[in-house]
Design a protein around this ligand. Structure first.
Ligand code: SN0
Ligand code: CP
Length: 312
């Protein structure tokens, strides 16, 4: 594996999860693997978990780390070929990616969807720009349409917590005041499609995800019905895909409550809007796994970086 850009780069989810759980037992066991090498973490958008866990994972492997808030500190990049750069962009991705490749042996990118142009977002112009012009491996720290480090951490958490051969796992939409990307939901769906689980997606009409992602996954518009007898309920907001980037409703009847949760474990990638996405009573209960999920982000990133270092 050269790059880690999407869940599709995972050749065996079960093996990766087991490897990550072994790293979790002794995080600094491979401290020499990355010695003498540098990873660059470039953020075009905000972060807490991804920023700290990816650096932690790199340090556990002996990598040196350079972090840059590219969105506020770097130059505005041009991605289109042949552009006369007489407007707002100062540097072409061609130069930027080659220059960064001289300083870093691995480059990790966070660049959220713009949510204004579906075609542009689905082209993954930032992530694919670095993939095309950087000469080093590229890691996705949440791009326009995917968040594979989060999905792998969620798979680790499910493996640690699951007690059934075929658990019922629900992905439920919830209201949010802003238009949020589809990336987390997309990667969770793609990861669940690799699992032996009774998987159901529930959301209001109009919030269908990209059908090329959901494929034949079960979709139920009645949230209570979807959540019946669930073992895990993963809650996440996303904006409309069909009416691209729009907030069609903020119906708080979709806020996750203890009543709807039942005996299930609650999951969310964080950050989470309390009492919009999920009620305090759920987050403050022993059914919430959000802190465990956040801890597993370190081992998700560490197994990815380990595989990149071993194969490049
Ligand atoms: C890991 C999640 C990152 C991002 N979340 C947000 O942008 C939430 C921002 C907010 O609630 O103000 C998202 O939904 O993709
Ligand atoms: N879940 C996640 O990626 O969190 P941050 O946006 O804080 O990195």
């Amino acid at each position: 594996m050269k790059h880690y850009l999407s869940v599709n780069d995972i050749d065996s989810l079960n093996d990766w999860v087991n490897e990550a759980r072994e790293l979790k037992k002794e995080p600094k066991k491979l401290k020499s693997l990355g010695e003498g090498k540098t990873i660059g973490l470039l953020f075009f958008n905000n972060s807490l978990r991804t920023r700290l866990s990816t650096q932690k994972a790199a340090m556990n492997l002996g990598l040196d780390v350079i972090v840059m808030n590219f969105g506020s500190e770097g130059w505005a990049l041009e991605y289109a070929d042949g552009t006369v750069m007489d407007q707002g962009t100062s540097e072409h991705i061609k130069e930027a990616a080659q220059v960064i490749s001289q300083y870093c042996d691995i480059v990790a990118i966070r660049a959220f969807a713009g949510l204004t142009d579906k075609k542009e977002d689905e082209a993954e112009i930032v992530l694919n720009g670095f993939k095309k012009y950087a000469s080093v491996p590229v890691v996705n720290m949440e791009s326009s349409v995917g968040h594979p480090l989060q999905a792998l951490a969620d798979a680790i958490t499910l493996a640690e917590q699951n007690t059934k051969k075929r658990p019922k796992v629900v992905l439920s939409w919830a209201p949010h005041p802003k238009a949020l990307p589809h990336a987390v939901a997309n990667s969770f769906v793609q990861m669940m499609q690799l699992q032996d689980a009774d998987f159901v997606i529930t959301h209001p009409e109009g919030y269908e995800l990209n059908p090329e992602v959901t494929k034949d996954s079960v979709i139920e518009h009645d949230q209570k019905k979807a959540c019946e007898d669930a073992d895990f309920i993963y809650v996440k907001n996303w904006s409309s895909y069909n009416t691209y980037g729009q907030v069609l409703n903020q119906d708080k009847n979709w806020t996750m409550t203890k009543e709807k949760l039942g005996n299930a474990k609650f999951m969310h990638c964080l950050p989470v809007r309390r009492n919009m996405v999920v009620a305090d009573e759920v987050l403050d209960s022993d059914q919430s796994l959000v802190i465990e999920q956040a801890n597993n982000r370190t081992y998700s990133a560490q197994v990815v970086l380990k595989k990149i270092l071993e194969n490049n």
